[in-house]
Design a protein around this ligand. Structure first.
Ligand code: OGA
Ligand code: MN
Length: 204
């Protein structure tokens, strides 16, 4: 599903910069199908306020993040396809970068008007931890004044902004979970995405 040239650029970018940004990567049809599925799950009441922090300290804090999420599964074909693409990316990065990636997880996220996610890293744990973060945006039209940008900071220099990404349908962002600080700026309109993580293999 992912073109070899895209896989090659993701690998090169991760090595050189720690992040990789791909506008128009996913087709409008795929984004529409994922968007429909996310909205269907929203209608079914399956989106829940997201938690932060590690195992025993896990809690909900709307001052840190105010998106609502639903985990992807293998039953719905469109969700299974997205997880399949993450599998493919994991296989590629394992071969090219000798990463021991074993499993992955992904959730739909809905940021309602006014929602945000303050600056953070995606890695909480030493074991079974997230190594690679991915976000695919699903928003058909996104005016410049709608906010909701993903702000990425330079690895190792978290006071320097490296990039700001508008959450337009089809854009894929990939970055190193433990090195790249990032935040979601407050959005003025409903913002949909699929966030996915490739996790390292663990012994025990
Ligand atoms: C996250 C996250 C970024 C985005 O869910 O951890 O940082 O742009 N999402 O939605
Ligand atoms: Mn994050």
């Amino acid at each position: 599903m992912l073109e070899p040239s895209v896989l090659a650029r993701i690998t090169d970018d991760l090595v050189a910069h720690g992040y990789s940004i791909h506008p128009d990567l996913a087709s409008p049809a795929r984004c529409a199908a994922l968007r429909e599925r996310a909205l269907e799950r929203e209608r079914q009441g399956e989106l829940r306020l997201a938690a932060i922090g590690r195992a025993e300290e896990r809690h909900i804090d709307p001052e840190v993040r105010s998106d609502r999420i639903a985990w992807l599964g293998r039953e719905a074909p469109i969700e299974a396809e997205h997880l399949g693409a993450l599998d493919e990316l994991a296989g590629h990065l394992c071969r090219e970068l000798y990463l021991g990636l074993r499993d992955h997880e992904a959730h739909f996220a809905l940021f309602g008007p006014g929602a945000f996610y303050r600056r953070h890293l995606d890695r909480f744990r030493r074991r079974g931890a997230r190594v690679i973060s991915t976000v695919l945006y699903l928003n058909e039209a996104w005016p410049a004044d709608a906010g909701g940008e993903l702000r990425i900071f330079e690895p190792g220099r978290p006071e320097h902004v490296a990039a700001e990404v508008s959450p337009r349908a089809g854009t894929l962002v990939v970055f190193l979970s433990d090195r790249v600080w990032h935040e979601v700026l407050p959005t003025a309109r409903t913002r949909l995405s699929v966030a996915g993580w490739l996790r390292e293999a663990t012994l025990l």
